[in-house]
Design a binder for this molecule. Structure first.
Ligand code: DAH
Length: 337
């Protein structure tokens, strides 16, 4: 019998009591009326008086062991149950990373915001264009060498359809639908069949501006662009307009801004010139107005177009245009605001 009790002690020691059910099972098996301990007590009565002490001690330790196992399990369970009450619902929740705008979107929105103060609204052009809107209506005659300035992706089965090479076609679409006065921006993605490098990409973004009204002059163009340059690049920014050529504007110009990195003194970014080329512009060519059903004797206007990647590179000091397309989180997370 002594052996049996020792075995039972060893058995109980091994049991893990981690649920209510297991604790109850243990109680029923050992402590209930028909339980093991009562059986043992019954047998204990038959034990010789001189052995009673030893037997009694062993039985007691079995009983205490069972009771302490049950008590410990209950305590643990109670503690577990009381945990939800410890939940502090005022603690801050897990930290979800908020998304942010892509730097191209941020720059685009900022440009739109500045021009919207001057009454410009936004129109959508279309990425898949026809030759007429991308070239012909913009005064690029067929076979004109200026078409080669922009290496074009044509649709193989129909070379009349192409991926727009610039947002200027958006001007035509707006003028076809809307009577002057017109003040509109056309932002969007453009495509050119060019090798991808740190400085150029086959996909990029531009924003086009168009202003048509009576008596619009080159002075209005210059003033508008100067306002933009100071708002976007900083109060101290200076601009200069260099004569240039675009088929859809006459006269045409390219605008430089004084380098905001070195303040015009000359640095690596401005190639020591003190100036950064930021956009093309000019007075809308009378042929373009005519093509869009606007009388050039009654109305005049100006247009401008700028690359958003280039603008963003200057704004944020990004030296490789490809970064804007790689969606590298390390790069993009620099532009939280
Ligand atoms: N479309 C020209 C380009 O992609 C940019 C441009 C120049 C747009 C002069 C204009 C403009 O509206 O007047 O290079």
């Amino acid at each position: 019998m002594l052996e049996k009790i020792k075995d039972l002690i060893a058995e109980v020691e091994k049991i893990s009591v981690d649920t209510k059910e297991k604790a109850e099972e243990l109680r029923l098996k050992y402590l209930s009326k028909k339980g093991v301990l009562n059986e043992i007590f019954a047998e204990f009565k038959k034990v010789k008086p001189e052995e009673k002490k030893e037997y009694g001690q062993k039985i007691n330790s079995l009983k205490t062991l069972v009771e302490s196992k049950i008590a410990a399990a209950q305590e643990a369970l109670e503690e577990q149950l009381s945990k939800p009450n410890d939940l502090d619902i005022t603690l801050p929740g897990p930290n979800y990373n908020l998304g942010s705008h892509h730097p191209i979107t941020m720059v685009k929105n900022e440009i739109i915001e500045i021009f919207s103060r001057l009454g410009f609204t936004v129109a959508e052009g279309q990425e898949i264009e026809d030759d007429y809107h991308n070239f012909t209506a913009l005064n690029f005659p067929p076979e004109h060498p200026a078409r080669d300035m922009q290496d074009t992706f044509f649709i193989e089965t129909n070379p009349d359809i192409l991926l727009r090479t610039h947002t200027s076609g958006g001007q035509v679409r707006v003028m076809e639908k809307q009577k002057p006065p017109i003040r509109v921006l056309v932002p969007g993605r453009v495509f050119r069949n060019e090798a991808v490098s740190a400085r150029s990409h086959c996909i990029f973004h531009q924003i086009e501006g168009l202003y048509i009204d009576k008596n619009v002059s080159f002075a209005d163009l210059k003033q508008t662009l100067m306002y933009f340059a100071k708002e976007f690049y900083g109060e101290k920014t200076e601009i200069r307009l260099r004569p240039s050529y675009f088929p859809f504007t006459e006269p045409s110009a390219e605008m430089d801004v004084s380098c905001s990195i070195c303040g015009g003194k000359g640095c690596g970014i401005c190639k020591n010139s003190g100036w950064l080329e930021v956009l093309g512009c000019g007075m809308v060519h009378p042929n373009v107005l005519k093509n869009c059903g606007i009388d050039p004797n009654e109305y005049s206007g100006f247009a401008f177009g700028m690359g958003i990647e280039r603008t963003a590179m200057l704004r944020y000091g990004v030296t490789d245009i490809r970064m804007f397309f790689e969606n590298d989180m390390k790069f993009l997370s620099r532009f939280k605001y």
